[in-house]
Design a protein around this ligand. Sequence first.
Ligand code: BGC
Length: 489
Amino acid sequence: MLPAVGSLCISRTPRGGPRFTMAVRSNVNVSVAPILTKLQKECAAPLPVLRNVADAMTADMRAGLVVDGGGELKMILSYVDALPTGNERGLFYALDLGGTNFRVLRVQLGGQEERVQATEFEQVSIPQELMCGTSEELFDFIATGLAKFAEKEAGKFHLPQGRQREIGFTFSFPVKQTSIDSGVLIKWTKGFSVSGTAGKDVVACLNEAMERQGLDMRVSALVNDTVGTLAGARYWDEDVMVAVILGTGTNACYVEQMDAIPKLQGNKSPSGRTIINTEWGAFSKGLPLTEFDRDMDAASINPGEQIYEKTISGMYLGEIVRRVLLKMAEEGALFGNSVPEKLSMPFVLRTPHICAMQQDYSEDLQAVGSTLYDVAGVESSLKARKVVIEVCDTIVKRGGRLAGAGIVSILQKIDEDSNGAIFGKRTVVAMDGGLYEHYTQYRRYVHEAVTELLGTEISKNVVIEHTKDGSGIGAALLASANSKFDHDY
Ligand code: BGC
């Protein structure tokens, strides 16, 4: 499934809000060509632009490691200083909240020999009203789902007597961690606009909701989805240094040496390493942006924020394309003499739609035609369909290439600090997210940008590995590593 994007909590400003009109032009002899040419020019991300973005992001990472707020990237300390070893044993739960669904999972870990003995999970979709409701309502809903899931524990899953069930809580929003099992929500992203959570400890919110449900479970680790993904992938492969999410939202984390983090002021764990959650979605420097990006941002619930995320992630790509097509319909007669009413609705065209259109290899672009008809109620000529594909490709190419530049920015940061120890050997970037998984063209653009930036020789050492849903197991592994009970290994 591609990220279920779109009709979340969209602020309706006069500028960006829906306009239910059917404009009719008198002059149909207008053309979309100038709009397309301008778009392609403004979205172009050739090598020098990518290099500039990668270097600016590396510099920003460094600034954020010196002091909180030093850069756009928050460079959040995860408090994860021990990476999974394979020795983890026992029954652990994971709870994953990060998008339009939440997932609950249990895993029975069997140490080095047996590794993952059994897993079970359930996915519950979050009603749209809860994404814009109150904190209590959201957490009550989650705790109820968790309680129902925990009741069904049986078979291969075994909790030793007298032991409380422990959870790794993956919470995929910017959180200022205060310890491995607590952290304060900085702000919602990805269209969530729940009142009363920002500024609060999200583990306390969950604990209170679990108490209201009479559910006796304990959060042992609070992790971002990138951190869960890194931990999950590292369990199988010691060369994993970076984890990236390219889905509804986007973010990256990586393994950092503690003495390269001035804001730690000398505090060190025995391993000397920790995971940094970059929150790279907040980056904005040097990005090739257009009027469509600026208008979408202005109409969003978080204007001026998450600009990189709004340029490269699944929640927004379809909406940018819609805005371009609307202008082409209004000013370039893309769909003939009238402007389809539905095309004026924010987020009506979603990233899965543009992905499906780009996978249409038929001569008459039949799937493009039917998607445009279903989504926007529009009859399209072959010529118009070709233009639509060009628009999709322009936006997706920019997104994929800029995502590639982000990956390189992190790798080059680690490489610079370790005197070439990263590019000189196999290094794995664990990748998750529906956008990367399903959007073939996007994925190809990510890879192309990484290769262009690093050169063919070095990029052979960089393995981008798709680790589907690794963050759940990763969170459970981190719950195990931070269990309050004695480790029996
Ligand atoms: C959030 C990150 C998260 C990413 C991917 C972003 O909107 O700020 O915390 O990791 O989405 O889910």
